[in-house]
Design a protein around this ligand. Structure first.
Ligand code: NAD
Length: 352
């Protein structure tokens, strides 16, 4: 550990287990909540109705239907709604988009969040918020948006389609990989990240092969927890910056992570050999880049950035934006490097 490290433990309570969504009312009480605003994703109508019934008078209101990357107008409407209802806590149930909208409300209204994630986005473990306007995504860190309680119920992921399992699983994988080489990496976050990879890879392969494999669903959600916790502690770098810029341009979040990850790993490989060795070890393969590309391929998460809608002009603009405020990265990166990575990911060049 040349130069040592700093480590700030993040607070938060995690409740994990099949059927534990039933514990949400007790978790609201634990936070002294009396008027919860429930924020649910598009596919969450049923769970939201059940939550409303379980909460009874403790449910002050509901927002169902969220958009990716938290457009500023969605955030403004949700904040206004929370204030009108005099909400005293937020319950986000759904993928990263539902958690993201709750974070946008928490950022200004300072309300505690209970997150009930149904994808592997990992957002529920981080103090990172994101907001999008005019095609640009802004992100930041604020402890007020870190969910106070996370309720992981693998049963809520049973309806998750294979394509979303694959892409969202690669999003979690990207958290682990970047956490290994990020500026804030330390022995604890690296252990979480390596174990996250070890848990996610086989579990995701099994879930995609059989969506009813409950053990594998448990393993994938556990891996997502470790991935989110690793990223929250270690911070983000070039990979996440590229994905956030592409998200601002309207590309789908998890699918972009899947398309870009192996290419950033290939770029960083000469400068972060120890990190890549840990990735390879956890994947059980000889070469981390090939292992990551192979996993995405096996899961069916191998759409190129062209297939996800990134034109050559869009790639030029994205490279300009990444280079405008270059992120910390183990290998020095220029605008042309970013453009090269984007071109490789647009066309899947160099993939195994
Ligand atoms: P998402 O929340 O948009 O969900 C993807 C799709 O899955 C949606 O169509 C949703 O309706 C569907 N879905 C979710 N759960 C389902 C279920 N159980 N059954 C069936 N369908 C289901 O996408 P995501 O990838 O989870 O999250 C992406 C968003 O989260 C982006 O805005 C991204 O920036 C943000 N994010 C933030 C962080 C952070 O730390 N701040 C980390 C990761 C992602």
């Amino acid at each position: 550990m040349e130069g040592g490290f700093d480590y700030d433990a993040l607070q938060g309570r995690v409740v994990f287990g099949a059927g534990r969504v039933m514990d949400v009312p007790a978790e609201v009480e634990r936070l002294d909540g009396r008027r919860a605003l429930v924020i649910g994703g598009h596919a969450q109508e049923e769970p939201v109705k059940r939550l409303e019934a379980m909460l009874g008078v403790a449910c002050a209101g509901t927002i169902v239907g969220v958009r990716q990357h938290v457009p500023l107008d969605s955030a403004a409407a949700a904040r206004e709604h929370a204030a009108e209802l005099s909400a005293d806590c937020l319950i986000a149930i759904g993928g990263g988009s539902a958690v993201g909208l709750a974070k946008a409300v928490a950022l200004t209204e300072r309300l505690p969040i209970i997150a009930v994630p149904t994808t592997y986005s990992g957002s529920e473990m981080t103090p990172i918020w994101g907001l999008t306007s005019d095609g640009e995504k802004t992100t930041g860190r604020d402890l007020a948006v870190l969910p106070r309680t996370v309720v992981y119920d693998p049963e809520l992921t049973v309806g998750l389609p294979g394509a979303i399992v694959a892409a969202s699983g690669m999003n979690a994988m990207a958290h682990c990989v970047e956490a290994l080489w990020a500026a804030g990496a330390n022995p604890l976050t690296s252990a979480l990240a390596e174990d996250g990879i070890r848990m996610l890879a086989p579990a995701l392969r099994r879930v995609v092969a059989d969506v009813h494999d409950r053990d594998a669903r448990d393993g994938a959600l556990l891996g997502a927890w470790l991935a989110g916790a690793a990223l929250a502690g270690a911070g983000t770098g070039l990979h996440h910056r590229i994905c956030h810029v592409l998200g601002g341009l309207g590309l789908p979040h998890a699918e972009v992570h899947a398309a870009v990850l192996a290419h950033v790993a290939a770029f960083n490989a000469p400068a972060a050999p120890d990190s890549l060795e840990r990735v390879a070890r956890a994947l059980g393969c000889a070469d981390a880049v090939a292992g990551l590309a192979g996993l995405a391929h096996d899961l069916g998460a191998s759409a190129t950035l062209v297939e996800l809608g990134l034109s050559a002009e869009g790639a030029d603009l994205a490279a300009d934006r990444v280079a405008r405020t270059p992120p910390w990265n183990p290998r020095q990166v220029t605008r042309d490097d970013v453009r090269g990575i984007l071109e490789d990911a647009r066309l899947a060049v160099g993939r195994c």
